[in-house]
Design a protein around this ligand. Sequence first.
Ligand code: PLP
Length: 350
Amino acid sequence: MRYVIDLRSDTVTRPTPGMRAAIAAAVVGDEQMREDPTVNELQERAALLLGQERALFLPTATMANQIALKLHSRPGDVLIAQEHSHIVIYEFGGAAVHAGLLTVGLPGVAGRPTAAQVASAAASAQDVVDQQPAVLVLENTHNVAGGRVWPLDELDAVVAAARAGGLGVHLDGARLMNAAVALGVPAAAIGSRVDTVTLCLSKGLGCPLGAILAGPADLMEVAWRQKFLFGGAMRQAGIIAAAALYALDTHVDRLAVDHARARRLAEGWHAVGLPVEIDRVETNFVQIDTSLLALSRDDALDVLSEAGVALSPTYGHTHIRAVTHLDLDDADIDRALEIAPEALRAHLQV
Ligand SMILES: Cc1ncc(COP(=O)(O)O)c(C=O)c1O
């Protein structure tokens, strides 16, 4: 199917001509021998960017998260995470499969567990049985909540509660650069607050693939071994690292444009009566509550894509989302503002 305006995800972007040129010009070596200069440069730069001692280049953010779990725990331990986190609902039970962890899901608000919830989960997991809570995973921005951002003071309170409970803290910052741009702070102001952090390169940053895991040097040395165990150790990976370096130079500040376009979509759709959750729009996601339409979630997606604007389902049976990204321009947003209300008009509940 050919989508006219593809708002399904910020993962759909294709490398720009500038990024392709950077890929073509990359100086490469054997990454498994730590000899790829472009990978090494990316890792050094990413560590600084994220406010951590060392960083490791990996093929996916899922692998980064899964390796992080193993750094903070032993089989039989407990993972504590917001119940709709990527690591809980979209990583195929990897916490159990790879790290042997029992997951305790917390409700949270806007994707953010509270300090009290974390403290009580850390304590109750110890009380009820002999399980050992070992790691708290937070997500920023939170995907299923609609790209929501952690205020720094809330993050501090939750990290403090986790540390008081003896937990390591991993941040799934797949979209951490969106959070940093939305807050107007350097990425390190977020990344340095936790023990380990994931950054995805193939979302808003527009790379074809790749992710970073960053943390203390000793843990990253363990992570290097895990990278081999997961089959993620590559060879001339500099061709991808070059795309990442290019993205860090050229695609970070422009995330503000994605955020402004998401807000424009949300406000425009809301103004003409679409059930947009406008208060939730903090970054590049816009969520629509289809339970307020007279058609099912999947039918709403079909109606929209037939009209030429592709959205995607998000967790649960009611919500769909539009995600802005660098393959869109202002004209696409204008057209989506026209097309979606026209397509859904007949299905609005009055
Ligand atoms: C919050 C979050 N974490 C992790 C991932 C996994 O990223 P990858 O596809 O690179 O494994 C995603 C992908 O959508 C995500 O949204």
